[in-house]
Design a protein around this ligand. Sequence first.
Ligand code: BMA
Length: 363
Amino acid sequence: MRIEIKLLLLITAMWAGCKADKTEQTQAKRLIETLKSVQAKGTLFGHQDDLAYGMKWSYVDGESDVKRVAGDYPALFGWELGGLERGDLKNLDDVPFDVMRHLAIKADKMGGINTFSWHPYSLVNGENSWNTDTTTVKYIIPGGTLHEQFKVQLDQLANFFLQLKTSDGKLIPFIFRPWHEMSGGWFWWGTKLTSPEEYKTLFRFTIDYLVHEKGLTNMVTCYSPNSGFQSEQEYLTWYPGNDIIDIMGVDDYQQTNTVDWPGQLRQTLDIVIKTANKNQKLAAFSETGYENIPDSLWFTDQLGKAIEPDSIAQNLSYVMVWRNDSKVHHFFAYDGHPSEANAKSFLNQPNIWLLNDFNKNKK
Ligand code: BMA
């Protein structure tokens, strides 16, 4: 082949590659831009596993506990990937990955946003994320003896993410929130077994690999320590870097009614929001709830009070409550639950957005 032709083919291939990359980049950037454009107007409400199952029902097309209580779907849909990394067909809460893929595509089509958490099994002892008997992180990061196996785990995730496509074949944007609550000691990637440096290496590698090796340029990334930090510096102890993170979040559950939870939470959210604004990132309340909602006024008087001040409400992109599992626990109301009416009035506030509010207001 003549050298000019070879050169021409090479340039064409490079151009096609760049173009594909840019289009997908735009998908992730567009999601960030959309969230930024509505940030001051409304806070999206999210619910984990909302379309898959709820209290007393599972896998019924079109169902949602949020819709049953408030008349509309959440604007943000949370999903859990634990088990996918070892090739399981269902996640650790029994949600089949095929169904999850289908529902996440549906959520995107309806105009919602998908966010994925991941509680992987340890490659060292095969135990779940909550088992802290054995150090894992130092073996799976670059240079570790299990690093190649960790890459295979990430390949499994990438295969799933790459199948999240619209009907015309475009990759859909989504939020990925791995390695959360590292500030606590309850996960194998948490403070008990992992140094901040090892943690940052793990997070950076995870994202670098998924974006640059696997082409997941439609992925938006969220950092979410558990509450308990008292300063910006402490909040950033495990921060993998501005080039890796798009959303600064926090997880915080109410555990008891004997403390001023909204007051403490406001201080926490204040730190997250100030840090996010300084770094031009979005801010999110990535996970919350009060297990089984023992307080019938929880939504307005606890959660609502905490996020009420303008300085918080106008800066918080979303708040997501955890899952409603009939057998294990629930964090959102359902028909007949004592907090049903209260959940509805919380969600009826003009600046707390369900799917229709979000669709009406976004560009
Ligand atoms: C936890 C609990 C567990 C669940 C896990 C992952 O908070 O809800 O029952 O397995 O999240 O979804």
